[in-house]
Design a protein around this ligand. Structure first.
Ligand code: ZN
Ligand code: ZN
Length: 472
């Protein structure tokens, strides 16, 4: 794989310097960092949690139930019907899998029998912190911080794509100054190369990182230069790069809010793992954190103070979790609409959301392998993700696609009526057909992809390929 390495993508920073192997001592949590994290979480967690009142009514019945039927209905309600029985409005039972999901009944239904709602399907990442945890270190501990300056001023943090996030910063006084180092890895060298540097002694001010400003900052990436971001960040990763750009062009035409959210999720997730740079430092300060190594793609840039970098990271980590939650809720209600009469109306949106979600989950698997030293935990995370959640997302999509041609066979002239003759949908599917056919043999082998620390694309398209290549 000569090209297609992603670089700043998996670049990472950490307050203590050492290679990308993340030795375990990093993982010690300090009270200060926990506080920071919690404060930010609180700000965003006011989300729109729909309550469980939206449960589907099952079947149609005349007259009261017999006592034994009533008892059974009660038990199933307590247990919840599985996804198949819920969507197809069948009576579920207590079996695992239930009677309806046994192979003899469900040849066309390749979804794992689960009683979980789609909106809860990200349960496997409940305690997952590999996207930011590595950065918590001894240096940030309460014991090391002597105090903060009361003077605050505005700095401009950037991930290097032409947009800036204003942050109020203040000087921090510490006992051990080793904690201001940052290290990162760049993959666009013959083998990934690591760099390190010291950064300014600054922290975000009293108010922390503003969720509203951060959200606007991401919006600017979406509205201005998103395709350039994809090209620069993913460095030409096969198929994934093309599919993201197709989704973006589809969004520009249709302005579907949930597709926008999904694209924002791509930004928020990837920027969480990204190094940050800064502008607005005083003349003397900007030499601290300035990359002098001309081998680095960041040569001449000034890295953000490591504490601010971490604070931005935590805020982004919260933000992508919120976005993912919204997208899963959206998918849940879109699937319900498919089975209550809307049929293929929402199919294009479901396709875009499912594709982006799977693309993010592949990255998560890579990042988990790359950053988590505990192999058992990595294995559990990946297995939990693959057994039910990936199966549900892929299986449900296949189940609603049986009336459509495979993506490789899409022909707008022949098939446009199936999807309401929508030109944006037809254009997007024509593009997707091109991408799938271009990479057909590559995509067919992706399901057996294995982790390789030196290949930042080793797990790319592992799940996405299952979505776009029909299994039969
Ligand atoms: Zn069932
Ligand atoms: Zn079932």
């Amino acid at each position: 794989m000569a090209t297609g390495y992603r670089s700043s993508g998996s670049s990472s920073t950490s307050p203590t310097s050492s290679g990308p192997l993340s030795p375990p001592f990093r993982r010690r949590k300090s009270p200060v960092e926990n506080k920071t994290t919690k404060a930010v979480i609180k700000k965003v967690s006011h989300s729109t949690r729909k309550d469980a009142t939206a449960e589907k009514k099952v079947g149609r019945r005349r007259g009261p139930l017999r006592p034994d039927q009533r008892q059974q209905a009660h038990e199933i309600r307590k247990l919840r019907a599985c996804l198949r029985c819920k969507f197809l409005k069948k009576t579920c039972d207590k079996g695992e899998p239930c009677g309806g999901c046994r192979p003899s009944h469900a040849r066309l239904w390749q979804v794992p029998c689960t009683r979980m709602d789609i909106k809860d399907i990200s349960y496997f990442m409940k305690d997952w912190k590999a996207d930011y945890e590595r950065h918590i270190s001894l240096g940030f501990s309460v014991g090391n911080i002597k105090g903060f300056s009361t003077m605050e001023r505005t700095l401009y943090v950037t991930h290097g794509y032409g947009h800036y996030l204003p942050i109020n910063a203040r000087e921090v006084f510490v006992r051990d100054e080793k904690c201001f180092g940052v290290d990162w890895v760049e993959s666009d060298h013959e083998t990934p190369r690591s760099f390190e540097i010291n950064t300014a002694k600054l922290s975000a001010g009293m108010e922390g990182v503003s969720t509203a400003l951060l959200s606007e900052y991401l919006d600017r990436h979406l509205d201005n230069g998103f395709e350039a971001f994809v090209d620069d960040y993913f460095e030409g990763t096969k198929f994934l790069t093309e599919i993201l750009k197709t989704a973006y062009r589809y969004y520009l035409k249709e302005k579907t809010p949930s597709v926008r959210k999904a694209l924002k999720l791509v930004l928020a997730y990837n920027l969480t793992l990204h190094v940050t740079m800064v502008e607005g430092l005083s003349e003397e300060e900007q030499f601290i954190g300035k990359v002098e190594d001309t081998e680095s793609k960041f040569a001449g840039k000034t890295f953000a103070p490591v504490m601010i970098n971490f604070q931005v990271k935590c805020a982004l980590a919260d933000m992508w979790r919120e976005l993912q939650k919204d997208i899963l809720e959206e998918l849940s209600s879109l699937y319900s609409s498919v089975y209550s009469g809307d049929k293929l109306k929402n199919w294009p949106t479901i396709f875009m959301l499912a594709a982006i979600l799977l693309a993010i989950w592949e990255e998560m698997q890579f990042d988990c392998h790359y950053r988590t030293p505990d192999e058992k935990a990595v294995k559990k995370f990946c297995e939990d993700m693959e057994t039910t959640p990936v199966g549900v997302i892929v299986g449900l999509f296949q189940a609603i696609s049986t009336k459509l041609p495979g993506l490789q066979e899409w022909d707008t002239r022949k098939h446009h009526q199936l999807l309401g003759s929508n030109p944006a949908v037809c254009d997007a599917l024509t593009e997707v057909r091109g991408h799938v056919n271009k990479y057909e043999s590559y995509l067919k082998e992706r399901s057996s992809a294995k982790f390789d620390r030196d290949d930042f694309d080793c797990l790319s398209n592992k799940f996405l390929s299952k979505l776009v290549i029909r299994a039969n």
